[in-house]
Design a protein around this ligand. Structure first.
Ligand code: SF4
Length: 254
């Protein structure tokens, strides 16, 4: 089971993948300025207890997705981050998943006892196109983080990962890819997804087709897919690696 924890809210657009940011679109509906970064009322959620003090609000053994309405490493949150790290350290019974488009800020924002990384923290770096693959990933993959993954979402074009996989395949726990959702979603080509999957198979790095996005091209056809169906449709493709379905497809094609 999973939980979300948004200790701060608000962000600044930094690259092409941010164009249709979900948080910006949702805030706009309420006339809110998404570029104002503030600490939320959820800030101390990981250490908060129920009224009778017996239970934590976040039960043990959950995966907690952090900062879905901001970027954990955004500069405005620098004064609050040490406290956030302390809560993450205290809740070693939870697994915290952090996604960022700011790998260049990570090294200076790690806590003093970080060492090779906390075992209960995974950091994913987003690379939506070749420019961000070349710029962000070499920086990110040199960092001392125990659990690292790469997220190509929203995938905006074909990407060549070979140089990255050749050098860092043993440091990447997963590569995942997906299209864009929501109003104005840009097209994702299934061929781009397949190309990433094949590169991962070549270097034996786990791959996951996370979701199709709203607008998926497959061959000559373009499909409009509702948000509720996007993850299920990606599962149906059967191209996650390694997976029993993938092994079955390989067997049938050989
Ligand atoms: S980094 Fe993430 S939260 Fe921030 S603007 Fe871009 S998409 Fe939105």
């Amino acid at each position: 089971m999973s939980e979300t924890w948004n200790p701060w809210h608000g962000c600044h657009k930094v690259s092409a993948g941010c164009l249709n940011c979900f948080m910006y679109q949702r805030d706009a509906q309420f006339g809110k300025d998404s570029s104002m970064v503030y600490r939320t009322r959820q800030f101390n959620l990981p250490v908060r207890r129920c009224r009778n003090h017996n239970f934590r609000l976040l039960p043990e053994d959950r995966t907690v997705f952090v900062c879905l309405s901001s970027d954990f490493f955004i500069a405005e949150a620098d004064p609050w981050r040490d406290e956030a790290w302390a809560m993450i350290r205290e809740r070693s019974d939870l697994f915290f998943s952090i996604t960022t488009k700011r790998p260049e800020r990570i090294a200076s924002q790690l806590p003093s006892d970080w060492g090779r990384g906390y075992d209960n923290v995974q950091v994913s770096c987003t690379a939506e196109n070749q420019m961000e693959v070349d710029h962000r990933l070499p920086l990110f993959l040199e960092l001392p983080i125990q659990h690292k993954s790469i997220l190509h979402e929203p995938l905006l074009g074909p990407v060549n990962l070979r140089k990255i996989l050749e050098k860092y395949s043993d440091k990447i726990e997963e590569v995942s890819a997906g299209g864009e959702s929501g109003p104005g979603a840009r097209l994702c080509d299934y061929a781009w997804i397949m190309e990433i999957m094949l590169q991962c198979v070549e270097y034996d790095v786990p791959f996951r087709f996370h979701q199709t996005g709203s607008c998926l091209r497959k061959g000559r056809n373009i499909y409009q897919i509702e948000r509720k169906d996007q993850e299920a449709q990606a599962r149906l493709a059967g191209i996650d690696y390694p997976s029993p379905l993938f092994a079955q497809c390989l067997e049938q094609s050989s």
